[in-house]
Ligand binder design. Structure first.
Ligand SMILES: Cc1cc2nc3c(=O)[nH]c(=O)nc-3n(C[C@H](O)[C@H](O)[C@H](O)COP(=O)(O)OP(=O)(O)OC[C@H]3O[C@@H](n4cnc5c(N)ncnc54)[C@H](O)[C@@H]3O)c2cc1C
Length: 490
C-alpha cells in the first residue's frame, strides 16, 4: 500500500493525517518536538500548562469547521462555548467586548462606535458569511489544476446566483484593502479594526485584503470555545484520532532531509538517523523550510520561496499568577491597544486559564499567555552578535508588555509569581520555523497564498496555504488537502 509521511504535527498536519487515516490510507506523522501542536501547543513549566502561541479557539459552533471536523473523526473536543469572546481596550481607555451572541454584539458595537459604524459592520458580516461559506466548502484557492479551476468557477457561479447585485462589490473587495470600507468610519472604529486585523490577518486595515479581512474579523462570533487543559489539547486530540484510525504519530523525529528516489517516491531522514521511504510527502512547514529539506530536489517554484519581508515574529510572556485578586467576571481574552503603530508592545493580546481548570495551574493560580507582534531581525541580530544586548532587549520588552497588560489586569505585576519571556529565537527552537516567523503570510493579497500542490506527490499544509493562519483555518486547509488526496487516489 502507498505510504504517506507528514512532516510536522501542527494543526494542519494532524488534521490531514487524521482524515487520511480515517479514509484507510497509510500515514505517519514525524514531529520534532515531544508533543504536538506547534504554534498551537501547550507546554508544561513549573506546575503550569502554558499555551505557547495560539490561545483563542474558534469554529466550535454548530456547523462550524472544528465541529464538523470532530464529527468526521468521531472526536469529542474538550471544549465549552464562551459568551464573551474577548475584550478590546482602546487607547482612549474605553472597552469593547466581542460577544459571541449576535444581538449582544450588535448592541455593544452600536454603543461603542455609534450609527456611523454600522455600514462597516453590515458590509463585514455580509462578506464574512460568503467567505466562510466558500472556505467551508474547501474552495481550491489558488487553483492549480483544470479540475480546480472548474470547481472554483462553480463556487463563483453559486456566489453570483445568490446575490448578483453584489458581485461587482465582491470582485472589487478581492483587490482592495479593508480601509476602503472605513473612509467614513469613526477613528475609534478604525483603531479597533486595526487591532483585530493585526492578530487575525497579520496586517492592519490599510493593507489587509477586504475579503480576507471581513472573514477574519468574524472569528469572535464563530463558535469561540474554552479548551480545558490548554489549547494543545486540540492537537493532542487530533493525534489520538490519527492513531485510533490506524495512522502513526512519532515524536522526537526532526526531519533533516527529503530526497527524491530514482523512479518515484522519497526517502525521509531524521536527526535520529532513521530513514523511511514514502510515496507521498506532506510538509506542515512554511514553504522555504520545506524547500530547505528538499534541497536540490525541490521543485523550481519552491526553491524560490523566501521568508516574507513583512512577516512577523512574536514576543511572549508566560506568567503564573496568584488568582485570588482577579475579577471573576472578566473575559479570558483581552487585547490592549496602547498606541499606534501597533505591535512591539504597543498592542498586546492576553489569555487567562479559567480559575476552575485544575490542569492549567497549581491550586489558586492561573496561567496567563501574553503576546505582541515583533519584527524578527533585531532579535536575531542581537542574539547572534551581542547576547548581553539580546537579554537587555528581552527585559525591556517584558516591562513594556507588562505595562500594557496591566490595563486589562490591574495588579498584574504584584500577582505574578513566575514570568517567562519568549522571543522569535524561542519560536525557532520549539517550532523549527526558521527565524521564528509565525502567523503565516500577512493577508494583503489573496494571491499570496500558496497552493498545496508543490510537485509530484509533494504537498504543503499549514498556515501558508489558503485560508491561512489560525487553528480553524489550518484545519480547514488540511481537510481540503486530505479530501483532494483521497479523491485523486487511484
Ligand atoms: C503568538 C501566536 C498567537 C496566535 N494566536 C492564535 C489564536 O489565538 N487563535 C488561533 O486560532 N490561532 C492563533 N495563532 C495562529 C496559529 O497558532 C497557527 O496559525 C497554527 O497553529 C499553525 O499551524 P500549522 O499547521 O501551520 O503548524 P505549526 O504550528 O507551524 O506546526 C508545525 C509543526 O511541525 C514541526 N516541525 C517543523 N519542522 C520539522 C521538521 N523538520 N521535522 C519534524 N517536525 C517539524 C514543529 O515542531 C511543529 O510542531 C497564533 C500564533 C502565534 C504564533
Amino acid at each position: 500500500m502507498a505510504h504517506r509521511i507528514i512532516i510536522g504535527a501542527g494543526i494542519g498536519g494532524l488534521t490531514t493525517a487524521a482524515l487520511l487515516a480515517k479514509a484507510g490510507l497509510d500515514v505517519t506523522v514525524l514531529e520534532a518536538h515531544v508533543y504536538p501542536g506547534g504554534c498551537a501547543g501547550t507546554f508544561f513549566h513549573q506546575g503550569y500548562r502554558f499555551d505557547a502561541g495560539a490561545t483563542l479557539a474558534a469554529g466550535f459552533d454548530p456547523g462550524g469547521g472544528m465541529t464538523r471536523l470532530g464529527e468526521m473523526l468521531s472526536i469529542a473536543w474538550p471544549v465549552e462555548p464562551v459568551r464573551a469572546a474577548l475584550r478590546v481596550h482602546l487607547p482612549d481607555g474605553s472597552q469593547v467586548t466581542r460577544w459571541s451572541d449576535s444581538a449582544a454584539w450588535q448592541a455593544e458595537r452600536l454603543s461603542a462606535f455609534g450609527p456611523a459604524g454600522e455600514p462597516f459592520w453590515r458590509w463585514q458580516e455580509r462578506v464574512a458569511e460568503r467567505m466562510w461559506g466558500v472556505a467551508h466548502r474547501g474552495a481550491p484557492w489558488p487553483p492549480q489544476t483544470a479540475g480546480e479551476w472548474a470547481r472554483l468557477a462553480g463556487v463563483g457561479i453559486q456566489l453570483a446566483a445568490a446575490d448578483p447585485a453584489r458581485l461587482p462589490g465582491l470582485a472589487l473587495d478581492g483587490v482592495r484593502p479593508v480601509a476602503a470600507h472605513l473612509a467614513h468610519a469613526p477613528a475609534r472604529l478604525r483603531q479597533y479594526v486595526d487591532g483585530q486585523l493585526l492578530i487575525a490577518a497579520q496586517a492592519t486595515s490599510e493593507r489587509a485584503n477586504a475579503l480576507y479581512g471581513a472573514a477574519a474579523l468574524d472569528m469572535p462570533r464563530r463558535g469561540v470555545a474554552y479548551v480545558s487543559g490548554g489549547i494543545g489539547r486540540l492537537a493532542e486530540t487530533l493525534a489520538e484520532a490519527v492513531r485510533r484510525h490506524g495512522g502513526d504519530v512519532r515524536y522526537r523525529q526532526r526531519v533533516t532531509r527529503v530526497a527524491r528516489l530514482p523512479g518515484s517516491g522519497y526517502r525521509v531522514e531524521t536527526d535520529k538517523g532513521a530513514t523511511a521511504e514514502a510515496d507521498t510527502v506532506l510538509f506542515n512547514l512554511p514553504p522555504h523550510d520545506a524547500a530547505a529539506l528538499l534541497g536540490d530536489d525541490a521543485p523550481p517554484k519552491l526553491r524560490r520561496a523566501r521568508l516574507p519581508a513583512d512577516g512577523w515574529g512574536a514576543f511572549m510572556l508566560y506568567i503564573g499568577l496568584e488568582g485570588a485578586g482577579l475579577p471573576a467576571d472578566s473575559p479570558l481574552h483581552h487585547q490592549v491597544l496602547v498606541r499606534e503603530p501597533l505591535g512591539e508592545g504597543n498592542s498586546v493580546f492576553l489569555s487567562l486559564s479559567r480559575a476552575d481548570d485544575p490542569a492549567r495551574a497549581p491550586a489558586g493560580r492561573r496561567a496567563l499567555t501574553i503576546s505582541t507582534h515583533t519584527d524578527l531581525q533585531p532579535w536575531w541580530r542581537l542574539f547572534q552578535g551581542d547576547r548581553e544586548a539580546y537579554e537587555a532587549r528581552k527585559a525591556e520588552y517584558t516591562e513594556r508588555v507588562l505595562d500594557a497588560a496591566q490595563v486589562a489586569i490591574p495588579g498584574l505585576r504584584a500577582a505574578a509569581r513566575l514570568t517567562l519571556p519568549g522571543t522569535p529565537v524561542s519560536f525557532q527552537r520549539f517550532t523549527h520555523r526558521s527565524q521564528g516567523w509565525v502567523g503565516g503570510f500577512p493577508q494583503t493579497n489573496l494571491f499570496r497564498a500558496w497552493g498545496p500542490r508543490l510537485g509530484r506527490n509533494l504537498w504543503l499544509v499549514g498556515d501558508s496555504i489558503f485560508p491561512g493562519q489560525s487553528i480553524l483555518a489550518t484545519a480547514l486547509g488540511g481537510a481540503r488537502v486530505a479530501d483532494t488526496i483521497i479523491r485523486e487516489e487511484p
